[in-house]
Design a protein around this ligand. Structure first.
Ligand code: SF4
Length: 346
C-alpha cells in the first residue's frame, strides 16, 4: 500500500496522503466478531489530522478532521470511494472493508488545536467518510476528538449516518455550551427496500431519524441532509413526501435536499450495482448523467422545489416558540471534484 513506500508522488492526492503516515506505523488487524467479519483495519499514526479542504472556496467549510479512511457503511454511491485509490486500495469492496484508522487522532488534534498557528476556525467532520461508522464502536476516537474541541472551545460540525453518535451525547452537549456545534444526520429516503441494497452497512433510515429525535429532545438542533435523492428510485412524489414527513416528525430543525452525483470512482461502482439490481434504468441514467457527475440543473431544481414545498407543508424548523420555521437552501454543489477531502453523501 501507498504508505508502506512513502513514495514521492507529486500528484495532489497521493503525495498529501502518503505524507500522513509513518513507514513503520501500520498495524493490520481483523476481529472475529459478526460486526467486523470481513473487515481489515489498518491502524496508523497520522502526522497531521486537521486538513485544509482543496478548493475550499466552493465548499461550506475549510478545515476537516477525518479519523478514518474507507467506510463500512458501504453506500454504493459514496464518492469518497475514489480517495481509497490514493492509498492503492480498491475503491469497490476494498473501500467498504479496508478501513484505515488514525489511532492517534485525538492526541494529534489536541496538539494541533493548542498550536499558535491555529486560530480556532470551524472544523467539519464526517465530510469525507463517516466518523461514526462501525469501527468507531471499537476504536472510540470521537470522544477524545470532541473533548479536545470542547476544551479549546473550537466550533465544529458533524455529519453522520451512524447511530453511535448518541454514545457521545453528553460530550456534545458540553461542547455546545462553550462553542458552536452543528449536527446533521443524512437520510436521503425512507424506502427500506432501497436502503437495504444501496446503503447495506448503515443503520436503517428510521434509526437515523431516532437519532435526530433524541438529539432535539435533548435540546440540540439537528438538521437532516436529505441525500442522496436517487433518480427514478427515490424521487417519486410519494417517496419524497414520505421522507420529508418522517424527517419533520423527527423534530429536525432543517432539511437540505441533495441529488445523487456520480463522480469517477463512485460512478463505476454505482452503475454496476444499477445493472445488477435495476438493469432497465441503465440507459436512463446514462442520459441523465451524460454531461458528467451531476444530474441536470432542471432536475436538481425540481427536486429542491418539491422538498422545500413539502418542508413548508410539514413545518420543518426550530421548535423554539416565536422563532420562524427554517428550511435551508441546499449547499452549492462544487462544479468539479475538489480533491481527496470532500463532502460525501453521508
Ligand atoms: S456515503 Fe457516508 S456513510 Fe455512506 S459509505 Fe460513504 S462515507 Fe460512509
Amino acid at each position: 500500500m501507498r504508505w508502506e513506500n512513502l513514495t514521492a508522488d507529486t500528484a495532489e492526492g497521493p503525495a498529501r496522503d502518503a505524507a500522513l503516515f509513518g513507514a513503520d506505523a501500520v498495524t493490520t488487524r481483523t476481529f472475529d466478531t459478526p460486526e467486523f467479519r470481513g473487515i481489515t483495519f489498518h491502524e496508523i499514526r497520522a502526522r497531521s489530522i486537521v486538513n485544509r479542504v482543496p478548493g475550499a472556496s466552493r465548499m461550506p467549510f475549510e478545515w476537516t478532521v477525518n479519523p478514518y479512511r474507507g467506510c463500512s457503511h458501504a453506500c454504493v454511491y459514496c464518492f469518497a470511494r475514489k480517495t481509497h485509490s490514493y492509498l492503492d486500495l480498491d475503491t469497490g469492496l476494498g473501500f467498504d472493508s479496508q478501513i484505515v484508522v488514525k489511532v492517534n487522532a485525538p492526541d494529534l488534534l489536541r496538539r494541533q488545536l493548542a498550536s499558535r498557528r491555529w486560530h480556532g476556525e470551524h472544523i467539519a467532520m464526517g465530510t469525507n467518510v463517516d466518523c461514526y461508522q462501525r469501527a468507531e464502536g471499537r476504536y472510540r476516537l470521537m470522544p477524545g476528538i470532541i473533548a479536545a474541541l470542547r476544551d479549546h472551545a473550537n466550533p465544529f460540525s458533524i455529519l453522520t449516518k451512524g447511530t453511535l453518535i448518541l454514545r457521545d451525547l453528553d460530550l456534545l452537549k458540553q461542547a455546545s455550551e462553550v462553542t458552536d456545534v452543528g449536527i446533521s444526520v443524512s437520510v436521503g429516503f425512507t424506502d427500506t427496500g432501497l436502503w437495504r441494497t444501496v446503503e447495506p452497512g448503515t443503520p436503517a433510515p428510521e434509526r437515523r431519524l431516532d437519532v435526530v429525535r433524541t438529539l432535539t429532545d435533548h435540546g440540540m438542533d439537528c438538521g437532516v441532509l436529505m441525500a442522496p435523492v436517487i433518480p427514478f428510485l427515490g424521487d417519486h412524489p410519494a417517496q419524497l413526501r414520505a421522507t420529508v414527513r418522517a424527517i419533520a416528525a423527527s423534530g429536525a430543525t432543517s432539511v437540505t435536499p441533495l441529488v445523487l452525483h456520480l463522480r469517477p470512482g463512485a460512478r463505476e461502482w454505482f452503475m454496476a450495482w444499477l445493472e445488477h439490481h435495476h438493469p432497465h434504468l441503465v440507459r436512463r441514467y446514462e442520459r441523465l448523467y451524460a454531461e458528467g457527475a451531476y444530474a441536470p440543473k432542471w432536475y436538481q431544481r425540481r427536486i429542491t422545489r418539491q422538498v422545500h414545498e413539502l418542508a413548508q407543508e410539514y413545518g420543518i424548523g426550530p421548535k423554539r416558540a416565536g422563532m420562524p420555521r427554517r428550511v435551508t437552501e441546499p449547499e452549492p454543489v462544487p462544479a468539479a471534484a475538489p480533491g481527496p477531502t470532500q463532502l460525501t453523501l453521508l
